[in-house]
Design a protein. Sequence first.
Lengths: 296, 427
Amino acid sequence: MGELAVQAIGFGIVTAALIAIGAMGFTLQFGLTNVLNISYGGVMTAGAFAALLAEEAHLPVAIAVLSAIAAGALLTWLLGRTLFAFYARRGAGLFEMVMVTLAVSLILQYGIDAAAREQIYRFSFPQGASLHWGWFTVTVTQLALVAVAAVVFAGIEVLLRGTRLGKALRAMADQPRLARTCGIPTGKIVNVVWLLSGALAGLAGLAYVINSLTIDASVGTEFLPLVLAAAILGRAGSTRGALLAALLLGLVTEEVSALGGAAYATVAGFGILAIVLATRPAALAGQAAAKPEITV
Amino acid sequence: MKKSIHLALTVSGVLALAACASSGSGSGSSSGPVGLVQVAAYTGDQAFEAQFADSIDFPAIYAVNKAGGILGRQVSLIQMDTKSDPADALTAMDKTLATNGNVSGILGPDSTSAATLVPLLDSKHLPMMIAAGEAAYDRSAYSYLWRDVPPDPANGEAIALWAKRQGYTRVATVFGTDAGSQGDLPGVVTGVKAVSIALVDQENLTPDQPSYRSAAQRLLAAKPQAIITESDGPTAATFFGELTQLGSIVPIIGTSGTPSTSYFTPLRGAIGNANFSKYFRAVVVGNPVANPAVPAFNAAVLAVQAKLAKPVSQWENNSFSESGYDAVIVLALAMDAAKSTDGAVYNKFIMQVTSPGAGKQVVYTYAAGMAALAAGHQIQYIGASGPILFNSFHNSFGAQAVEEFPANAPAVVVGTISQAAVQALNG
């Protein structure tokens, strides 16, 4: 039992890495635009399928990764600057925008499903050797996924806290009207956020299918609840919070799976979310109440 | 004012037509195509059923129509999507019956929708060939319910018998928590205990999670000699892929719900073709038989291959597809024998065209059955799945086959579990 619990820590970190990549992208965009973007799941799927196409064309692994990132970035940017901006200009509120993104999510999912002929495909990304350190077992690719999550986190932190762009982005997220008044190029900032968030969505979709080894049109929407949970648990807009929340969710789900049974793992993960929201409702409501303006 | 009256009359007319359409359902019309409704999940998380349904419907309807149809009328297929949800299935069935006045029989319901649809269809006097394996239908009081596949527990018990025959003394189970995957689990647990095999670990997996590593690790720690399993394909791929990464793979025995492209493709990718061919076996419903019905079935499959999931070889000699194909042929022959497409009339002829009897002419194809009936003979249809011997509860249990699945080749039968053996297990 003790051995299983220790092993689950390693597994939890890998699962956390998968969740964190998506959650950081989601929270970055949500923090700035205030759009609870349900279509993020569909974008994750699109990114994963872009990588699959590259893989099936026997292109190098790096090209497959770049395809996922590029597809996610481009699709999200297009959606944000055209469709979401259109509805925002027409006065859509927070709830209406959620409905718009939900509709887009369904269109993406079923569109991809039709294009993929409703099939499940195997995703034969090289897994690398299994490495054994004491009780821990992990593949080279899983280690790489953890490293990617760490690099993404570090990169966003440097961007947000060490660059003018990042400072402008944080200013916009806190006080959008004031930021505009001060001459911050809001359009450019929003473009960057849509692109960055989309790139991370594509990368998260790829990371998910690398781990699950299969891909179909619903992978992103199935993964989205965990990503959303981490983003909300970590407080919208906070990449540090998203990372910590992803770690918590990853560890709890794997520990419960190891000690209590796999069927209870997801229940435990969302149980934590429910408890946190019940005891600290500001994690969800605070952001929206203080800053209801949509910035797209 | 004139415009308003016109509109009111139009609306009244439409409502009246709709009412007529509703009231006309359930008995089958006397002209035009004979409608058979396939109840299956064409969308949603059980959508893998669709390709199974296609592998049954298209060959069977092709065979019937090629022989001249039922009572001179062609058969039309009406695909009803349950959307993998029992409530959606009920709404969809209401709509299907309201908008199709020619429905004469039902292919299904499936496990997901049986609880909601069977009472409705029975009340409408629509004979149904159910594909639901639930034990609840072993001794059903529904007059219009028929089943020519073994119930789920029987499949689970056959798996346990196969495991015993292989000499395993320690096995583990890995099942998805979705309703479609859970059906065989009770039979497996009962059967494993009955043959004195230790069940060392039970893993129930919530489908479509990013990882099952902890569950895989716990299973490895229990050191099973074989794993008995059913889940959706992606879940199986993730679990067994991680199991392979963590340790060594052991023989896997799948239920009758596992053999399909949507299960095999991801699993082959996850554990590798060589491992899959070496370690994976499935115990499937239907007894592999050699009779003239089998080549007729395979010929029908090839004739409609453009409509079936690729590779088409997976459907040739496929025991599950053969059972479903036989079910369609039986319905059609019963209508011919009754000289009616009205379910209330032809329902009792289902038993008549399948049961043996002195002086009955044995037929193996729809064309032969139709010709024999036209010549005034009584018939016993023996299908591609073998004799169909319905008991008083309209259940026909046959033997079950153990199959292995070489890459790019049809399934190979490596053993059979007789119905007698399964019944003996139940005492």
